[in-house]
Write a protein that binds this ligand. Sequence first.
Ligand code: SF4
Length: 307
Amino acid sequence: MNLIDTPCSNKLEFQNDYLIKELLLVVPTSCCIYDCPFCPTKKLDNSHIANLYANNNISSSVKYEYSERFKFAKDNGYHKLLITGTAEPLQNIGFLNFISKVYLEPTNRFNWFELESTGYLLGKTEILKWLYEKIKVKTISLTVLNIFDDRINNFLRNANATQADSLLTICKKIKDFGFNLRLNLIAGLQHGSEIFNPANLLRRSKELNADEIVFTTLRLGRELNQNDWISKFLLPNELYGNIRKFINTEGHEASNIYSHSETFRYDGINVILPKIYDEKFPVNEKLIINENVRLCSGSILSKFLLF
Ligand code: SF4
C-alpha cells in the first residue's frame, strides 16, 4: 500500500486504486461472557463446536475444509483475515491456536491479520505476546461502546469481570506491543453532548493513539426488548454529517480503502465512515467462514451460503 499525501490538493491518493477485501473468520464460542443490551448474538451457544478445539485431536478433514475456504478467498482477491465471532473471540484460545497453524501455511497465508475484540484479556502481556508472535495478529480492532467513559463501557456490557485496565491503558499496551490499533466505535453510544462534537471524539481517538477509527451503526433485529433499547441510539446520520463537515475543514478526504465506506485522514488517523446508511440494505462484500466451516457472503447476521 503506497499512500501519498498530495500537498496541492485536499485529498490523499493511493498510487494504485486499492480496496481492502476482508474474509471474516467466526471463532466458535460458547455464549458471550458479556451481556450488551443491543447484542443480537449473545445467546448463541456454539460450545458443542467450540469444545472440539479444546484438545489437539482435530481431524485432518476439518483442517482441509478450512484450507479450502482460505484458498478460495485468496484466489478471489481477499487478502485480509479478520478474526471475529458472535461472542468475544478470545473466549476460545484453543481454536485460535489450531486455526493459526492452518492460515499460516504458505498456501493459505494472507497479507494481514486482524483480531476484533472487546479488550477482554488484552491487558495481559502474555496474551498480547501470544497474539503477536504465534497468532501473527497485526491489527487489533477494539470495539468500544463509549470512547469517553470506562464506566459506561462496563455498565453497558453488564461486565461481571470489569476490566481492571482503563481504555487508555489497554490502548497503550496494544500500541507498545507494536500492533496497529483500530477503534471500532458504536456510533450511537458516544454519549450525550459529546456525540455532536466531532472535535472531542477525534481528540480522544488521538489521545488513545488510534491508527484508525471506524463507526458501526446499531441495527434493529428481531427482539422487541433490544429494539426498544437500540432505537434510542439510532442517530448516525446526524453524527456522520457532523464528522464529515468537521473533517472536510480540519482534515483530508482520502481515497477509499474499504468499499461502501468513506475514508478521511485527521491528524494521522484514518477515519472510516459508512458511505450509505440504510437500515434495510446493508451493503457488504465480505466473505465469512462460519463456526461450522461453511463459507458465506454477506454479514454475520445476514448470510448467503456459498459452500
Ligand atoms: S461483547 Fe459483543 S457479542 Fe458479547 S454481548 Fe456484547 S455485543 Fe454481544
